[in-house]
Design a protein around this ligand. Structure first.
Ligand code: TYM
Length: 329
């Protein structure tokens, strides 16, 4: 059974990109692997500084992860800041990754460019070291993520190989796993940019907690093009291709089959909205039930944290011994 790990930040509401790029696959994979899923609140500190906000968003995200179908009996769902090994291994990873490697990360370049003139924390720069720690602590073979995380998983592999070379075989070398459809869900208003919580407006973002009328409206207004032909071509027809990709991820039908069965944009938009609603509606209902019982959510997180801590502690001890730090006295 492969060991699987993937995480999500508690920054704002979960959107369709998160769901189709990652969460759907976490749920599908939970019976085929030994799976660990973290709510990475420490990562969110790189951009969130409002007191108290992250705690609330962590509970909401936990409810969402269980609502989409992660089964607490099977999947280990934990909170990153509750497992101190993440921060500790992150420092060792910072000493294993180079300044040059971190400088080349596109996410760092994008995020720091967007914040020009504002406070840019060093955490935005060292972010990949903490992410490498998240992955390597759990001896993960597979990391199911959207396309935007490809470079982060690559750097994790490089750092793990370097560490193993310096200090002897310590880490399992992970690989990224991407879904066939939905690996890169684009903004409905700007289909050349990925759907992202940091977009300027909400009009092109479909949230898991949006009501049906809002979802229908967002798809109806989705930006397409003027040539009127339904064809999958990400470069020439980003808006239409995005709709086909979303419909494919929600229905399981390949994009080419779908493209061949539509001749007009209107019905494609309508059917895509309907397919999304059929995925999102039951999640919304379960989310409401789960949020009504915070005590139960805390209990479920405690179970996940205990399981995660046992694995993380053993890995960190192995790392300390490989490096040759003086055993604790
Ligand atoms: P985050 O919190 O931004 O997103 C969580 C997951 O959602 C995927 N995703 C998308 N997939 C398709 N289309 C989109 N528009 C889209 N937007 C987001 C992401 O690829 C991700 O899989 N750095 C990570 C969190 C992280 C992590 C880790 C992931 C921290 N440690 C260890 C895996 C393993 C992030 O910011 O994801």
């Amino acid at each position: 059974m492969p060991r699987v790990l993937s995480c999500i930040q508690p920054t704002g509401s979960v959107h369709l990109g998160n769901h189709l790029g990652a969460l759907i696959n976490w749920v599908a994979g939970q019976h085929e692997g030994d799976v660990y899923h973290g709510i990475v609140d420490l990562h969110a500190l790189t951009v969130v500084d409002t007191p108290g906000l992250i705690g609330d968003q962590t509970v909401e995200l936990a409810a969402m992860l269980f609502a989409v179908g992660l089964d607490p009996q099977v999947a280990t769902v934990f909170v990153q800041s509750h497992i101190h090994e993440h921060s500790e291994l992150s420092w060792i990873m910072e000493c294993t990754v180079s300044y040059g490697e971190l400088s080349r990360m596109t996410q760092f370049k994008d995020k720091s460019a967007k914040r020009e003139g504002e406070f840019i924390s060093a955490g935005i720069f060292t972010y990949p070291a903490l992410m490498a720690a998240d992955i390597l602590l759990y001896d993960a073979d597979e990391v199911p993520v959207g396309d935007d995380q490809r470079q982060h998983v690559e750097i994790t592999r490089d750092v793990a190989l370097r560490f193993n070379h310096r200090f002897g075989d310590t880490f399992v070398i992970p690989r990224a796993v991407h879904p066939k459809a939905g690996a890169r869900v684009m903004d409905l208003q700007d289909p050349t940019s990925k759907m992202s919580k940091s977009a300027a407006t909400d009009a092109g973002i479909v949230y898991m907690l949006d009501d049906n009328a809002t979802i229908e409206k967002k798809f109806k207004r989705a930006v397409t093009d003027n040539d009127g032909e339904v064809r999958y071509d990400r470069a020439a027809k980003p808006g239409v291709s995005n709709l086909l990709d979303i419909l494919s991820a929600c229905s399981g039908t390949p994009v080419d089959t779908l493209a061949a069965s539509y001749s007009q944009y209107g019905p494609l938009k309508k059917d895509t909205a309907e397919a999304v609603i059929s995925v999102v509606e039951p999640v919304r209902a379960r989310y409401g039930e789960l949020m009504a019982d915070r005590g139960e959510l805390t209990r479920l997180l405690r179970i996940g944290n205990d399981r995660a801590r046992a694995v993380a502690a053993a890995t960190l001890a192995r790392v300390h011994s490989a490096v040759g730090l003086l055993p604790r006295v």
